[in-house]
Structure formats: C-alpha cells, structure tokens
Design a protein. Sequence first.
Length: 332
Amino acid sequence: MDVVSLTRQLVDIESITGNEAEVGEFLVSHLASLGYAVEKMDAERHRFNVWAAPPDQPSPALVFSTHMDTVPPFIVSSEDDQNVYGRGTCDAKGIIAAMIAAAEELKVSGTPVGLLFVVGEERDSLGSIVANQNSRGSRFLVNGEPTENRIALASKGTLRVEIVCRGRMAHSAYPELGESAVDKLLDVLQALRVMKLPTNPDVGPSTLNIGIIEGGRATNVIPDFAKAQLLYRLVAPSKQLRTDIVNAVGKRGEVSFVLDIPFMEFRTVRGIPTMTASFTTDIPNMPNWGEPVLLGPGSILVAHTDGEHIPKRQLLEAVDLYVQIARELLGS
C-alpha cells in the first residue's frame, strides 16, 4: 500500500469538524474494496464514525483508532522528498493511512484487527462518545495522535473553567457609586495564577492558560460584568484542584467547570521510545474499547499550524510500529 498517496488523498478531502461525511464515505468505499465489513456508526445528522473489521472477525481483540476531522482552515496537500504537507497530514490523516496499511499487513499474517475512525475529536469528541456506546468487545485500543512515533506513558487531563464576576454599573467619574466586576475578576485571576498546581515526578507540572477575558460596557462606565475562560492541563485527578479553585474565587465570582477530561496513564510496549502527551485525546471517552495505547507519526508542534506536515520516514515507520504493537499485545 502506498501510504503517502493515501495520506494525500485523505488530506485533499476537506473534513473540518462538522463536515466529515465526504472523507467518511471515502473510507467506507476504500475499506470495503480491501475486503472489510464496513459500518457507518451514526453520530449526528450526516456525521458518522467508520467501523471496519474482517468479515470473519466482527469482534477483533485489538482496534486501531483515530479521528477524521481537522481544524480549519482547509489546506490541500503537497509533498517534497522529505515530507507531506497540508491540513491533517499529522493530525490525523497520515495516521489513518498508516493504520490501514498496518491492518493490511496484520491481516496477511493472520492477525485480524479492527479499524475505527471517529468524528468530532477537535471540538467535543462526539464520535468517541458515540463509539463508546457501540463497543465491539476489543481488549486493546491503539489510538493515534502525533507523538513522533514514541509511545505515550500518559496524557495530561484537561479542566476548562469559566469564571463570571458581577458588579454594579456607575458613571466612571463616580466609581464609589458602582462596583467593578473587572476589578473582581482581576483579583480572582491573580489568586489563581499564584495557586500551587499538582505535579507528577514522571510527567511534569500541571499548567494554566487564561485563554479569554471579556467584560465591561464602555471606558466611561464602571463594569457590571466580566468573564474569563481558563484551561488547566492536569497531571493528577481534578477533584482537589476544583475545590481549590472554588475556594480561591470565593464570593467574588461564579465558577463553572465546563469540561473535565482526566489525566491518564497508558500501557507501553518494550523497545519503543516513550513520551508524555501534554495534549488530550479521545481515549478517556472510550473505556469500553479496551486497554489504551497512544502512538502516532508526526509532531504535535506543527499540528493546527499553516505549516502542518508529516515526515514520510515517520509514516513508514508508524506502519511497522503499529504491527509491532499489535503482535506484542495480542501475543501477551
């Protein structure tokens, strides 16, 4: 199988989150032509996951999985001697191509595996949530994200927090008649910035990003409303941190936890270099698909950029690594 060619075919189909149907149809047709029993797993309206397995093995013990959607904007593929360029090359259409090639090699050697490609990972992980409700009894889930072909020891969790502060409007010439919601929010954010966060000796520290701040009415009006959206990357369970955040904010604001993806540790395979993923994946949403492993070609540092690319050498290496992982896990 020409993994580079398949990667470019996939990249050249625009599949920004919410618009995955065309690439899904391509994969349905392609996998059926390779002899797989293929199923569209409905997620939402015209959006669907793609599930494929050998006809005589509808419940394989190991499944390769990654996502079909990409972030905007759409960038068509190109290549040179070293790399393939374009949106989704490393996140995660090159991974799809490598997984299909590995599954084909395993099929020839009598080791059938399943293939699961999901929608929505870049936004709300809808596809993985739907997939978890339709598991097929696998023991192992090999998930693909760009790890430069190193196997992940763990992936950081994500805690997304929204803080709203309220005050009382007044003319800015008479601030004593009002109550500034912005001042409250600034005090809250400073308290959170200096708060000690969990660390993990094997993984590193948790981190905080204050991503969005908004509020106020006009420069000459004491603001009655202010809001901030924060994102923590976690290396420990979130329970204590959530309590600490609520205590730090106190009566100065209202706290909402809008997303909580847990920190996870993964199984490794001997002989493969390791890393820790600072990003999150679909894995926490898919416990019913088996014990997770995380590995993929390409670098997360170029994902979501206008220079996104994947080294051809890593694409080919990934095929061999996926085969190695499957044989190791199924042999154990």
